[in-house]
Design a protein around this ligand. Structure first.
Ligand SMILES: [Zn+2]
Length: 157
């Protein structure tokens, strides 16, 4: 099965970020984009439109309507319809949706703070915006939060 593509309404920016952390292909619709344009873009990308706007959802067949305003609940709503593939965690840039690539540590010398460079061995770089990722304290907090939201045990994630 081909991977689902998603377009995320600008009202759901935080959810979009979490979707990317989980490895979903999730592009944002930019702020101020008219409904007609949103529908056109989603259709062109063959994407599922993730929105909280029920009018918009009704107009586009292939929308996923998010009901909650609470981010934890939104993540649960979304993942119960589209179960996450946890092997895809940390494969996408949270900023731009680009794919992350493993990079030799030596290539990144001078692009990271010395403390970070010394403390970690594995680094990922976004293939489109160049942002660098590593599994530091921030990543561990993300995992902890996801375990809580998705009710996963430590063997699963
Ligand atoms: Zn990026």
């Amino acid at each position: 099965m081909a991977e689902n593509r998603f377009m995320v309404d600008h009202m759901l920016g935080r959810l979009g970020r979490w979707m990317r952390i989980l490895g979903y292909d999730a592009e944002y619709v930019s702020t101020g984009c008219e409904d007609d344009k949103v529908i056109e873009l989603a259709a062109k990308r063959d994407a599922i439109l993730v929105t909280r706007d029920s009018m918009l959802a009704r107009r586009f067949h292939g929308s996923f309507l998010v009901r909650s305003t609470d981010i934890d609940e939104q993540i649960r709503e979304f993942t119960s319809s589209f179960p996450p593939d946890l092997t895809l965690m940390m494969t996408r840039c949270t900023q731009c949706n680009g794919l992350l690539e493993h990079r030799n540590k030596s290539d990144l010398k001078g692009r990271l703070e010395t403390g970070t460079w010394n403390s970690y061995e594995e680094f990922l770089v976004c293939s489109s915006c160049g942002r660098i990722y590593w599994k530091g304290p921030h990543y561990r907090n993300i995992i902890k939060k996801l375990r809580g939201i998705l009710k996963l045990d430590e063997d699963t994630l």
